[in-house]
Design a binder for this molecule. Structure first.
Ligand SMILES: *Cc1c(COP(=O)(O)O)cnc(C)c1O
Length: 475
């Protein structure tokens, strides 16, 4: 353990220690290919930060392509070998909502994964990318009739049923077009997990799925429907989870219901969702994916063995853990400002550092109070570390990019700054708030960069404005 050589700043949270070197990369937080070039610049995928900024502008989201592919392959291997120890089989779905484009969909297929979608847009992206329909899982608590018609029409592999109303719609559509639609029934196990904690209740107050008590009747109804085939139960207990105890508790509840359902017919599959946590800061210590896979699979296998039932095919749906750590966002600093803040014993200064993006390209800090890590990207510096709050350019005081970080104290306008682990749920959640165009997403690999999602321009925004460019006689 390295001990902090400098006293912590009075406004710093307890988990953030003063780094010995405010240019270093916290282990596990940054993409696999990140290094410092001799010039001090950050290099990712063999490309220097300044050349990327010049070529694509800032902000820009960069994906370390080999890291994404490597994480996908490693996840697939981890679950395959975990189930092989019990002579079982598995299917891994990439949760497309974390970030989906045609390139990413194909990287996942190449690594042996399937794809989960939860809207018409995600479904069409996967199909257009060439994902075979039977490798797609379709989620959502309010899929429209048009979405269901499209999904059943193209033959998606599984639809995860979320309500009784939806089930009847699926039954009617499948019947009408002569399809046989595989479905899973989403249940709330009463376990909800978030990072280190999990909460176990018998009734969970949230919108997704059926309670364990309701699910039996739903499955009985599916078994009456000629055009719908029941595959098994689905349960997703939350996101950014570090431990396996929540998964274990949930799995034991789901297996109990699974056993009861076997009395009425086959139940070949069980889907335990995703939610594996990643390191956003050096205070986060997620488990290795192999340990998680082994732990969760062993828990289900032991529970099945104890009940004397066969281990079903197990399915998993990780999103964040595959793409999150492989992405960084590059911003340019525009202004800095020292703000004096009252503390218990007096006052302290916090250095606000404003960048050219913010909650429109990463809403997680504003939405969840999410923490991130940052480093100067265009140079290194020996200046003493200063506690900074990196903020965006939007008209909201909650427009925070990195809440608490130490950067070299000489941080100044024109510096590039990189924010780590932005690969998941940042570009995917981007908005045009304040009429800010959404940034490009660029894949970097072996010294080459290619745009995988074009950045928007102001013209793109103006093109939607029906009051502009009208032709005479239209009004
Ligand atoms: C969001 C979600 C996932 C993926 O969660 P991650 O935290 O990105 O792994 C998987 N399954 C379902 C049903 C989800 O809603």
């Amino acid at each position: 353990m390295v001990t902090a050589s400098r006293p912590a700043h009075p406004l710093a949270p307890g988990w953030l220690t003063v780094p010995d070197d405010a240019n270093d990369f916290a282990p596990g937080v940054w993409p696999a290919s990140i290094t410092r070039a001799d010039s001090g610049q950050i290099e990712i995928g063999g490309m220097r930060a300044s050349e990327l900024a010049e070529q694509f502008g800032t902000p820009v989201m960069l994906l370390d392509e080999d890291d994404v592919k490597g994480r996908a392959a490693r996840t697939q291997r981890a679950f395959a070998s975990a189930v092989a120890r019990h002579d079982g089989s598995c299917r891994v779905y990439y949760a497309g909502k974390a970030f989906l484009s045609s390139h990413v969909a194909r990287w996942m297929l190449d690594a042996g994964l399937n794809i989960d979608v939860c809207s018409r847009g995600e479904l069409e992206t996967a199909l257009a990318a060439g994902v075979a329909a039977d490798r797609i899982g379709f989620h959502g608590n309010n899929k429209s009739v048009a979405e269901l018609e499209r999904a059943i029409g193209v033959g998606v592999g599984t639809i995860i049923v979320d309500s009784a109303i939806e089930l009847e719609r699926i039954g009617a559509i499948a019947e009408r077009i002569g399809a046989s639609q595989n479905v899973l029934v989403r249940v709330r196990s009463g376990v909800h997990a978030d990072t280190h904690e999990f909460l176990a209740t018998s009734h969970e107050d949230q919108k997704f799925g059926f309670s364990l008590a309701e699910a039996e009747a739903v499955v009985a109804r599916i078994r009456e429907l000629r055009s719908v085939r029941f595959l098994g139960l689905h349960c997703h207990i939350g996101s950014q989870i570090f431990g396996i105890n929540g998964f274990r508790e949930s799995a034991s509840r789901v297996v109990e219901l699974h056993e009861r359902l076997l009395e009425g017919g086959p139940v070949p599959l069980m889907n335990l969702g995703g939610g594996f946590g990643i390191a956003y800061t050096r205070a986060d210590t997620p488990a290795e994916i192999e340990d998680l896979a082994d732990g969760i699979v062993d828990a289900v296998a032991d529970e099945c063995a104890a009940r004397g039932i066969e281990l079903p095919t197990l399915a998993f749906e990780p999103g964040r853990s595959i793409i999150g750590p492989a992405g960084i966002t590059l911003y340019e600093i525009g202004t800095t400002k020292a703000v004096t803040v009252d503390t218990d014993g007096g006052s302290a200064e916090r250095l606000y550092v404003s960048v050219d993006g913010g909650m429109s390209d990463n809403v997680r800090p504003a939405l969840y109070g999410a923490q991130y890590s940052a480093r100067l990207a265009s140079r290194t510096s020996d200046a003493d570390p200063a506690l900074v709050r990196i903020v965006g350019m939007h008209c909201e005081s909650g427009d925070v990019v990195v809440d608490h970080e130490y950067l070299p104290g000489d941080v100044t306008p024109g510096d590039l700054v990189a924010v780590a682990s932005t690969g998941a749920y940042s570009a995917a959640m981007a908005s045009n708030y304040n009429h800010v165009p959404r940034p490009a997403v660029v894949a970097v690999r072996d010294g080459r960069a290619r745009v995988i999602l074009r950045g928007e321009t102001v013209d793109d925004l103006l093109a939607r404005d029906a009051g502009l460019g009208y032709t005479e006689g239209e009004e």
